[in-house]
Each structure stands twice: as structure tokens, then as C-alpha cells.
Ligand binder design. Structure first.
Ligand SMILES: Nc1ncnc2c1ncn2[C@@H]1O[C@H](COP(=O)(O)OP(=O)(O)O)[C@@H](O)[C@H]1O
Ligand SMILES: [Mg+2]
Length: 134
């Protein structure tokens, strides 16, 4: 069902687009990402390079499903991503995740390491009682 071959991109976008409304209720929009086609092949790295404001972070958020796309398609191992909640959505976000650059801004210092790491294990592996071992 989910092919792991050399020709199917691991992660692919076709015409991925994100427009942000400029003001509530107005028609004007910011064209943050306008119809991009990308392919990440197995065993390779893709870098998105561009000037500030060119849409790099928006693409990352779209791929991580932190933002809904205005239009376009995202495919993981050939399967279009359509679920935005539920079991299929959790399966997607288990495989496609952001690694944030600044751990001091990303991790809440009030929480213990066990809490921070254990939470994602318990969300993604609810039947797994080996949180401590992991
Ligand atoms: N939540 C948002 N609401 C409105 N405009 C946004 C939002 N996020 C990003 N933008 C706009 O989209 C464009 C692309 O931003 P961004 O993806 O952050 O670029 P980069 O990461 O390449 O610097 C910019 O014009 C930015 O102001
Ligand atoms: Mg950015």
C-alpha cells in the first residue's frame, strides 16, 4: 500500500499553495507559497534556500500539517495526504516532523525530560508502556 521503492518520492508536493488573508473579510491575500513542486527521494536531502519572506517556513509548516494548504497536493510514499485529524493524521505526523533550530525556545524548561519525551511517545504509541525504557 505504501511503496518504499526507488522511484516513488518519500515526500512530494504538487502545486502546493498557501495564501494568507491580508485582513479579515477582505479579498486581498499574501501569496506566501504559490504552486511549488518538490520531491524528496529516499536517502537524499532537500534544502530549501531563499531570501527572508520567500515562504520557506510556510512550506515546512504545510509539510508538517501545522497549516492547511490553500491548494495543491502533498504525498507521503505516493499516498495523498487528506486527513487532518484521527488515525491517518497521526500516522502522517509520526513520519513527517519538524526539528526546530532552537531547543531553548522549543522546550519548556518547567517540564522534566521524562514529561517532554514521554508525551510524544504516549501520543504516538498509546499501547506502548515502555516510556521509561525508551
Ligand atoms: N500566519 C501568517 N499570516 C499572514 N502572513 C504570513 C503568515 N505566515 C507567513 N506569512 C507571510 O508569508 C510570506 C512567507 O513567509 P515565511 O514562510 O515565513 O518565509 P521565510 O521562512 O522564507 O522567511 C511572508 O510574506 C510572510 O509575511
Ligand atoms: Mg523562515
Amino acid at each position: 500500500m505504501t511503496p518504499h521503492d526507488e522511484v516513488t518520492p518519500v515526500l512530494e508536493t504538487v502545486g502546493l499553495t498557501k495564501h494568507f488573508p491580508l485582513r479579515r473579510g477582505r479579498r486581498q491575500v499574501v501569496h506566501a507559497v504559490d504552486g511549488i513542486d518538490t520531491r524528496l527521494m529516499r536517502g537524499t536531502v532537500v534544502a530549501l534556500v531563499g531570501e527572508s519572506g520567500s515562504g520557506k517556513s510556510t512550506v515546512a509548516r504545510l509539510l508538517a500539517q501545522l497549516l492547511p494548504a490553500t491548494s495543491g497536493v502533498i504525498r507521503l510514499n505516493g499516498t495523498p495526504v487528506s486527513a487532518h485529524f484521527g488515525r491517518r493524521f497521526r500516522g502522517y505526523v509520526r513520519n513527517v516532523q519538524m526539528i526546530l533550530q532552537d531547543p531553548f525556545a522549543s522546550l519548556n524548561p518547567i517540564h522534566t525530560v521524562r514529561y517532554v519525551l514521554g508525551r510524544s511517545i504516549s501520543i504516538h504509541h498509546p499501547k506502548d508502556d515502555e516510556i521509561r525504557a525508551r
